[in-house]
Design a protein around this ligand. Structure first.
Ligand SMILES: [Mg+2]
Length: 260
C-alpha cells in the first residue's frame, strides 16, 4: 500500500488539492486495474489527506464541508476479545463499569466448515456468559470475522437467538456477502458486514440482501468521499451505518465526520 501511495502521489503532486472529487475519480478510474484492498486503502489515505487540507484551507472542520454536524455524540462499543467464556464475562463487566453501553466480542476461534454440536454450543456459551454479565439493558455484538460457512452460520445464528445480540458481524466470508439473503431470512438477528468491501460497487448487491448494518471502513473503502456515498446508498435500503475502525486515532477521526 505504501508503494501504491507513492505511485498515486506522482499524479497528485502539483495538482490543486481542493479538487477532491476530480482527484478521487482519476485515482480510482485512471488505471486499468481497479478496486481491491490495496488500491482502495491507498486512495482512502490520500482522500482523507485532501479533506484535511480542504478543511485547513478554509479554516473549518471537515463536517462543515459535508453539510455540517448532524449529531453531538455517537454510540460506540468496546472490544472484549472472546476466547474464554469466563474471561469475556469479566471483560464485559469491566467495560460496563467503564461506561460503555455495548461490547463486541469474537464469536469463535477457527471453525471447521461444519462442526459437531459442541462447536455450536461453545459459540452460544460465550455469548450467554456476556449476556449474563451485562444484563438486558446493554448490548453485545458478535463478530465472526467470516469464520463460518453458510451451513454453520445458520446453526450458530439459531443458537444465538436467545441472547439477542445487537447484530452479528461477518458471519460468512466477504466473497459470499451477496448471498446473505438466505441467512437474513433464517434468523431474527440483525446481520452486519462491510469491513472487507471497498467501494459502492462492492456494497451494491449486498445492501439489497436485507442486512441491517453496513460497516465500510473509511480507511479502506476509498476514504471519506466513498464512505459518504456508501452511507447514502445504505440509507436507501434501510441499512444502518457503523463505520469500521480498528486502526487508531488518526483513522478514527474520519470515521466520525458527522460529529461535532
Ligand atoms: Mg469485524
Amino acid at each position: 500500500m505504501v508503494a501504491a501511495v507513492g505511485e498515486l502521489a506522482r499524479y497528485l503532486v502539483g495538482e490543486d488539492p481542493l479538487r477532491i472529487e476530480h482527484h478521487w475519480q482519476v485515482l480510482t478510474k485512471g488505471g486499468f486495474y481497479r478496486g481491491g484492498p490495496v488500491l482502495s486503502s491507498a486512495v482512502a489515505g490520500l482522500d482523507q489527506a485532501l479533506w484535511d487540507i480542504a478543511g485547513k484551507a478554509r479554516g473549518v472542520p471537515v463536517h462543515e464541508l459535508l453539510g455540517g454536524p448532524v449529531r453531538e455524540s455517537a454510540r460506540v462499543y468496546a472490544w472484549i476479545g472472546g476466547d474464554e467464556p469466563a474471561h469475556v464475562a469479566e471483560e464485559a463487566s469491566a467495560q460496563v463499569e467503564a461506561g460503555f453501553s455495548a461490547v463486541k466480542m469474537n464469536g469463535s476461534a477457527q471453525l471447521e466448515a461444519l462442526g459437531p454440536p459442541a462447536a455450536t454450543r461453545e459459540i452460544a456459551r460465550r455469548v450467554e456468559a456476556v449476556r449474563n454479565a451485562i444484563g438486558e439493558e446493554r448490548d453485545v455484538v458478535v463478530d465472526f470475522h467470516g469464520r463460518m460457512s453458510k451451513g454453520m452460520a445458520r446453526r450458530a445464528l439459531q443458537a444465538l437467538e436467545p441472547y439477542h445480540p445487537l447484530f452479528v458481524e461477518e458471519a460468512v466470508r466477504p466473497e459470499f456477502s451477496r448471498d446473505l439473503r438466505t441467512l437474513v431470512e433464517s434468523t431474527s438477528i440483525p446481520l452486519a458486514t462491510g469491513e472487507r468491501l471497498f467501494s459502492r460497487w462492492d456494497f451494491r448487491d449486498v445492501l439489497s440482501t436485507g442486512i441491517a448494518v453496513a460497516q465500510p471502513d473509511p480507511s479502506h473503502a476509498g476514504g471519506i468521499s466513498e464512505a459518504r456515498r456508501i452511507a447514502v446508498m445504505a440509507e436507501a435500503w434501510d441499512v444502518a451505518l457503523a463505520p469500521h475502525c480498528p486502526l487508531g486515532p488518526v483513522a478514527l477521526a474520519p470515521s466520525a465526520p458527522a460529529c461535532r
